[in-house]
Design a protein around this ligand. Structure first.
Ligand code: BT5
Length: 264
């Protein structure tokens, strides 16, 4: 993506500074370094590809050329246990944008996946930098969208569980235009969050998700849980109703959808 752009970015602070890179290990890592050197909140790092893109729990995020891989430095006054709110609002923004711009049937899968017809098209990785007293200095929100990627460039084991905008639309899209639309929407929702609007964002998140009411299996570090996803609490926990009727709270894990009970 070029330094000078034909698109206009109408934001107050997100994307006022954008660092466009050709190739980097991980935009989240560059953003962290910039933040610790005093970069302003709202600074964005974009790379055409990443050699060491990261997912949660040290997993790899494949980032070949053609994708939209970027990170935003934010400095919200929230507690570390509220960072999920940024992941949720980002997921809402990505889904709304994919629906509105491309008419794609995008949905959110708790906690941080965006899917199209069950296939992952985007992942969000929010990471924090805290100060010595444990308070948040910065949050780095990393967003990876499979934009103009051919599915056969993914390894075989992923080819049936991932998708890209190009493969869904059967044409290439303008990544820069998508980036700018996302930055504008992200700023709008971020300001709403700072203004105490998380409940509204959570309601929208629930409307856009594909988990609630469905039967799921959750893989956690300490074992597997099966049950019906009945709600998401205000602290981001997924509430699972077990067969015996008990409801358990899940705060991290990977969800496998077993049976859809929700028609969208
Ligand atoms: C995520 O992790 O979904 C978060 C991904 C965040 C990536 C962005 S790109 C910009 C910024 N810089 C970074 O280094 N990261 C962020 P998780 O839920 O842990 O999902 C990881 C799993 O998704 C992997 O184990 C694979 O199974 C799968 N996967 C890997 N690459 C993928 C891709 N490009 N598209 C779809 N699925 C992928």
């Amino acid at each position: 993506m070029p330094e000078k752009t034909k698109h206009e970015l109408k934001t107050q602070f997100i994307g006022k500074k954008i660092l466009f890179l050709k190739d980097t290990p991980s935009t989240n890592d560059i953003a962290k370094k910039l933040a610790s050197k005093g970069a302003e909140a709202g600074t964005v790092v974009v790379s055409e590809k990443q050699s060491n893109g990261r997912g949660r729990l040290g997993r790899r995020w494949l980032s070949p050329e053609g994708g939209l891989w970027f990170s935003i430095i934010l400095k919200p006054r929230i507690k570390p246990n509220e960072v999920f709110k940024l992941t949720f609002l980002t997921a809402v923004v990505v889904v709304r944008t994919l629906r509105k711009k491309f008419k794609l049937n995008a949905q959110i899968k708790w906690p941080n996946d965006i899917l199209i017809n069950g296939k992952k098209i985007c992942g969000v990785l929010s990471e924090i930098i805290t100060n010595p007293s444990g308070l948040i200095n910065f949050v780095i929100v990393g967003i990876g969208i499979n934009a103009n990627i051919e599915l056969n460039s993914f390894p075989k084991h992923l080819q049936f569980s991932v998708t890209s905008i190009k493969s869904e639309l059967e044409k290439e899209i303008d990544c820069e235009d998508l980036l700018y639309t996302l930055l504008m929407e992200l700023e709008h929702y971020y300001l709403l969050l700072l203004d105490g609007g998380f409940n509204l964002i959570l309601e929208e998140w629930k409307d856009l998700n594909c988990i609630l009411d469905s039967y799921v299996e959750i893989e956690r570090l300490d074992g597997t849980i099966n049950g019906q996803a009945v709600d998401v609490a205000k602290d981001g926990a997924l509430l699972i109703k077990l067969e015996n009727g008990a409801v358990v709270r899940v705060i991290s894990g990977d969800v496998i959808l077993k049976r859809f009970d929700k028609t969208h």
